[in-house]
Ligand binder design. Structure first.
Ligand SMILES: [Zn+2]
Length: 52
């Protein structure tokens, strides 16, 4: 699955890791994240992410 990078801070969302602090299980594709998911580092929304 593709990784996505935050264009504001450089955080990389890796589907293999998920975002457990936000309740996102490992194996969750970026497109399957909830629409209100935000960058765990800077708080930007999904529309600020680009595929790596
Ligand atoms: Zn960010």
């Amino acid at each position: 699955m593709e990784k996505y990078v935050c264009d504001a801070c450089g955080y990389v969302y890796d589907p293999a890791l998920g975002d457990e602090a936000a309740g996102i299980k490992p194996g969750t594709a970026f497109k399957d994240l909830p629409d209100d998911w935000i960058c765990p580092l800077c708080g930007m929304g999904k529309d600020h992410f680009e595929q790596v």
